[in-house]
Design a protein around this ligand. Structure first.
Ligand code: SAH
Ligand code: SF4
Ligand code: F3S
Length: 478
């Protein structure tokens, strides 16, 4: 199956380990050729939740007679699954729409739709602002796509941006779009009930709801049967996963769900994201410790190292609380558990000393990886309504650069520490540089490259690491 993956560098975002940067990617649907009549080209921006939703959308449209294509020029329907998290993310989509406009001039029958968070944020205003758009569909309305498309086929525009308190698409089997056949994502919940003051997600994704635990375990089983070796459980705040059977006979929290998925097969690696520092429990950490196949990697976004800024951000924890959670991880899982973070530089009213607190928190944790941004005000959020976006752009950028520089140092040290040790690697692909080498990740999510010998995709291989670069560990199978 042809596979296309286009990576763009986002200027406002600097991942310290480029291989592991889901949200810096734009993903293009791979081609499925099953002789269906119409061709869907879908491009996904933003986070893993969007990438995962595009697989649900493809599944819904497959049943409506659409194959996916990785070639925009041969598409009958183009969908952009969009992100609103920062201004830059929205600008990228607008630029893409103007490029697609030139295709549409040559091919007037082409239908163009926007899905996802920007569709939800702008609603029917999108149709006024971008004349080329025929369809605007929010994250909870994808089941309505067939109906909306026939409306557009009939010469009208189609809009559905209703948010739902129940929709989890639990019964839809996703079409795996950019899969390496080894790792897959499973959405376990949707929406977010936190109200971080900088964040647009609660507005674009609606209320938090958890998916039926049985359908999650079922999906993991089906993936194992197809030969998959790794699943990542996805949610904006996985630690608040909470599902109850309709008759009240069963209650499942995140630690219990994690255990159920880990028990599907000892050969299946289990990852999850994102953990919220206010909600991650010792019970989750003990569950991680009990199962070798639950990866020792926790994405625990701090956002800032200063308690006053954390309060303004409405993160509902302070610096001592965050440090205590890091201690708990070290106590229960040892130094081997990797921790990553998201940091925002230059939030409203942040002083130089408060920025230093963020750098000192980084020195304290020694993050293995980080996604780093400067603050971008989003319309409608608490911060946009109540706080002045008063840090000059040059200052935001300079502070961000200091955060990036420090993280690069920490990432390099962490890679050096991995040298001389044996790591269990799950092989995902050939190395980008050579077909004679394979590439995979260890439990801590570090990328490891080694000579292929007779190993193949999907194998677990013990690799003795002999050297490291800023982003990759190099070694030999032992
Ligand atoms: N649910 C996750 C994060 C989702 S958004 C969590 O709570 O951690 C991913 C990251 O984007 C956030 O962690 C934050 O660091 C960043 N982000 C969100 N809104 C932003 C904004 N307005 N400006 C800059 N960065 C932002
Ligand atoms: Fe946004 Fe906060 Fe929800 Fe994360 S937890 S999605 S940052 S509101
Ligand atoms: Fe994800 Fe962007 Fe929406 S980060 S939830 S696609 S705003």
């Amino acid at each position: 199956m042809a596979q296309a993956l286009l990576t763009l560098d986002f200027l406002d975002k600097a991942p310290a380990t480029p291989e592991a940067t889901p949200s810096a990617n734009v993903r293009v649907s791979a081609a499925t050729r099953t002789g269906r009549q119409r061709k869907l080209y879908i491009e996904s921006y933003g986070c893993q939740m969007n990438f995962s939703d595009s697989e649900i959308v493809s599944s819904i449209l497959f049943d409506e007679g659409f194959d996916t294509t990785d070639d925009l020029a041969s598409a009958d329907l183009v969908l952009l699954n969009t992100c609103s998290i920062r201004e830059k993310a929205e600008q990228t989509v607008r630029m893409r729409l103007s490029q697609i406009n030139s295709y549409k001039k040559r091919n007037p029958g082409l239908l163009v739709g926007v899905l996802g968070c920007m569709a939800e944020r702008l609603k029917s205003k999108f149709l006024e602002e971008e004349k080329i758009v025929d369809l605007v569909v929010g994250p909870d309305a994808y089941r309505d796509l067939p109906q909306l498309i026939s409306q557009v086929d009939g010469g009208q525009k189609g809009v559905n941006v209703l948010l739902s308190r129940e929709e989890t698409y639990a019964d839809i089997t996703p079409v795996r779009l950019n899969s390496n056949g080894v790792s897959a994502f499973i959405s376990i919940m949707r929406g977010c009930d936190n109200m971080c003051s900088f964040c647009v997600v609660p507005f674009t994704r609606g209320r938090e709801r958890s998916r039926d635990a049985h359908s999650i375990v079922q999906e993991a089983r089906a993936l194992v049967a197809q030969g998959y070796k790794e699943v990542t459980l996805l949610g904006q705040n996985v630690d608040s996963y909470k599902w109850a059977a309709a008759d009240g006979s069963e209650h499942v929290n995140f630690a219990q769900l994690l255990e159920r998925v880990a028990l599907v097969s000892p050969e299946l690696r289990v990852r999850f994201a994102t953990s919220h520092p206010k909600d991650i429990t010792d019970e989750v950490l003990h569950t991680m410790a009990r199962y070798d196949n639950i990866c020792k990697f926790i994405h625990l976004p701090a956002q800032s190292g200063n308690s006053r800024i954390l309060a303004l951000m409405n993160r509902t924890y302070d610096r001592p609380w965050y440090e205590e959670r890091v201690h708990a991880i070290r106590r229960i899982l040892g130094a081997d558990c990797a921790i990553s973070t998201d940091m925002i530089a230059g939030f409203c009213s942040e002083t130089e000393a408060e920025h230093q607190d963020t750098l000192r928190l980084m020195d304290f944790v020694h993050y293995d990886m980080a996604y780093m941004f400067f603050y971008s005000e989003r319309p409608g959020t608490l911060a946009a309504r109540k706080l002045a976006d008063d840090i000059p752009l040059e200052v935001k950028k300079r502070r961000l650069q200091e955060i990036i520089d420090l993280q690069q140092l920490h990432s390099a040290r962490r890679n050096e520490r991995a040298v001389g040790r044996v790591h269990q690697v799950l092989v995902e692909n050939f190395s980008k540089r050579s077909k004679e080498h394979l590439s995979g990740r260890n439990s801590q999510n570090q990328v490891v490259v080694f000579p292929k010998q007779n190993f193949k995709k999907g194998d677990y291989v013990n690799v003795l690491v002999h050297s490291s670069t800023a982003s990759t560990l190099l070694g030999e199978a032992v």
